[in-house]
Design a protein around this ligand. Structure first.
Ligand code: PMP
Length: 408
């Protein structure tokens, strides 16, 4: 049962549902406020850098959409999502090696809503969700809201470790626990910055199938690899055992708030019912806008441009870490937005954060990414948003803070 949090000065304290007592502001929320101060170099948030988007094209496209199809775009729509949007999503997924039918797809308000819907339809209080150590903070918040117990499984430089997964699932079963799903971000992991090795993917799928555990494959960064082709999705090994989540937030723009779930037929039915209960239908304006962009613009060329920009920023962060903090270790991401830094013994990322902010640099403490309160010895650094010069300056400031705390 979650700890009861809140204040007794709140007259409704004793009226809240049990699950509301487990809800707390994520460490990220406070950081967004800090990061918006211009003098702070924020290596904290995961905001995509959308400055390269073709704003004039989008402005004309939006005007045309409203003029030509305004009656449709501004009306309620299908709970599952517009057919034309789902057809485009199927094409986009093909670039990621996922083969699905438009009927399999449920359009959601960002993949965050898909995380919420999947959790809602599968999790009773006390059920177990197995997740990588560390895991995306926003998923942990959803699991907590539905009173799941999260059990972490270790990763290494090649992602989730299959043997450790197998052992964990066996032990949980022996202890009589109900394990409902594995949550995994196989590509360019948030926050760990690693990808699941190709040979591990079928192993992970086989282990989950053997234990009767659904896989929730969250893949918002898959198309943002800096080189090579995307690795095969987990869903490509077992379409019925995997719910796959995708998003336009990182490959296009998060402001439209469009993501999706591709799910086995029966699961898809439940997801649509749950989504209709929550929001009636996802934004039709957003879906028709994204459909027009995908149909009328070289969207894949734009994705390639994003890749180039993020790779330049990754390089800037790697060389700044090499230069200013050579004693530390960190992951070298081949795509996505994040690197995961291991601190020297004795340093506590959470305790150090206020001092870092005083020194005008922000990061996310590793503790945000563990359900069990560990992670003090890690921090997540994002290279997606600041310019390469600002990244360098941020790492220089961070090194100053770390050096004043530890004998390096
Ligand atoms: N999953 C992961 C791993 C993420 O990093 C994010 C956003 N930071 C999301 C899901 C949610 O993204 P959105 O709702 O914008 O699609």
């Amino acid at each position: 049962m979650p700890a009861r949090t809140g204040t007794r000065l709140d007259p409704w304290f004793s009226s809240y549902a049990e699950r509301a007592h487990g809800m707390r502001a994520s460490e990220i929320r406070a950081l967004f406020a800090v990061a918006s101060r211009p003098e702070v170099v924020s290596l904290a948030g995961g905001m995509p850098n959308i400055s390269g988007l073709p704003m004039d094209f989008l402005a004309d496209m939006s005007a045309r959409l409203l003029r030509d199809r305004g009656q449709e775009a501004l009306q309620y729509g299908s709970g599952q999502g517009e057919v034309e949007m789902r057809e485009h999503i199927v094409e986009v997924m093909r670039y990621d090696g996922v083969h699905a039918h438009p009927d399999d797809v449920v359009v959601t308000t960002g993949s965050q809503q898909a995380l919420d819907l999947v959790t809602e339809i599968f999790i009773d209080p006390g059920d177990v969700v197995v997740a990588e150590a560390p895991s995306y903070v926003g998923a942990l918040g959803v699991f907590r809201a539905y009173q799941a117990d999260v059990v972490h499984v270790p990763m290494d430089g090649d992602g989730l470790i299959p043997d450790a997964l197998d052992r964990t699932l066996t032990a949980l079963k022996a202890a009589g626990r109900r394990v409902k799903m594995l949550y995994t971000v196989p590509n360019f992991h948030n926050p760990a910055g690693v990808s699941m090795a190709e040979e591990r993917r079928p192993q992970v799928v086989e282990i989950c199938r053997r234990h009767g555990v659904l896989i929730l494959e969250d893949n918002p960064y898959g198309l943002l690899g800096f080189s090579g082709d995307p690795l095969p999705s987990l869903k490509s090994f077992d379409a019925d055992g995997v719910v796959y989540l995708g998003s336009f937030s990182k490959t296009f723009a998060p402001g439209y708030r469009v993501g999706w779930a591709a799910a086995p037929h029966a699961v898809r039915e439940k997801l649509v019912l749950a989504s209709e209960a929550a929001i009636l239908s996802p934004s039709r304006l957003s879906q028709l806008s994204i459909s027009a962009y995908l149909a009328g613009y070289d969207w894949y060329g734009q994705v390639k441009q994003f890749r180039g920009e993020y790779e330049t920023r990754r390089d800037a962060m790697m060389s700044a870490l090499d230069e200013y903090l050579p004693e530390l270790s960190w992951t070298v991401p081949e795509g996505g937005f994040y690197t995961w830094v291991t601190l020297p013994p004795g340093l506590d990322a959470q305790a150090m954060l206020p001092r870092a902010v005083t020194n005008l640099v922000a990061y996310v403490s590793g503790t945000a990414f563990y359900a069990d309160g560990t992670g003090h010895d890690h921090m997540r650094l994002s290279f997606c948003y600041p310019t390469p010069e600002r990244i360098r300056e941020g790492v220089r400031r961070l090194a100053g803070v770390i050096r004043s705390e530890a004998e390096l």
